[in-house]
Design a protein around this ligand. Structure first.
Ligand code: ZN
Length: 181
């Protein structure tokens, strides 16, 4: 695993954490995936040894050390939404979901409470009509989201990073019918 890929993975993980899409207990899995790909970083090695019950007191000093070494700065709300969208597009291309419009649903969850990201806000609005027949759903938007450029990370690293966010998707297709809007 080259340094640029380690940097991309850390940037995505740190960004996901800042948006509430990765919890302290998710870091060990991410770190293990990086180690298995050959990342060499003492803080990442130590993170990999933590349990899934790890809390922020355990993970933060190690994550901060790794991020400092790799000069990671979490981008603003718009850019961080796009970064997470690219991650989830990679994950969904590799492992399809059972629900329609998974990208729209995932990114909608990033919108509240601040609505600072145009992309997340657009998904939030679109999601409300996905399972309702009252209006035509624009599937070209979902297709556009699913074809976002790849981050180029390996499948195991992508999967480890995407798992927490993906777990927010419904596990079965929601019933179709009219809702109050
Ligand atoms: Zn409706």
């Amino acid at each position: 695993m080259d340094d640029a890929s380690v940097r991309t993975a850390l940037l995505v993980a740190r960004t996901a954490e800042s948006r509430g899409c990765l919890r302290p207990g998710d870091w060990p899995d991410v770190a293990v995936s990086l180690l298995l790909e050959g990342a060499e970083d003492p803080a990442i090695a130590e993170l990999a040894g933590l349990s899934r019950q790890a809390n922020g007191w355990d993970t933060e000093p190690l994550v901060a050390a790794a991020c400092e070494r790799h000069e990671i700065l979490v981008p603003n709300c718009d850019e961080s939404t796009i970064l997470l969208a690219r991650l989830m597009a990679d994950d969904i291309r590799a492992r399809p979901t059972v629900v329609t419009a998974p990208m729209t649903r995932l990114l909608a969850g990033l919108a509240p409470p601040d609505f600072e990201s145009d992309l997340a806000s657009r998904c939030f609005t679109a999601e409300e009509y996905l399972d309702c027949g009252c209006t035509e759903v624009d599937l070209s938007f979902e297709a556009e989201l699913q074809s976002m450029p790849t981050l180029g990370l390996s499948a195991p690293v992508t999967q480890a990073l995407a798992r927490p966010l993906r777990s927010t998707l419904p596990t079965t297709q929601p019933a179709y019918g009219h809702h109050e809007h």
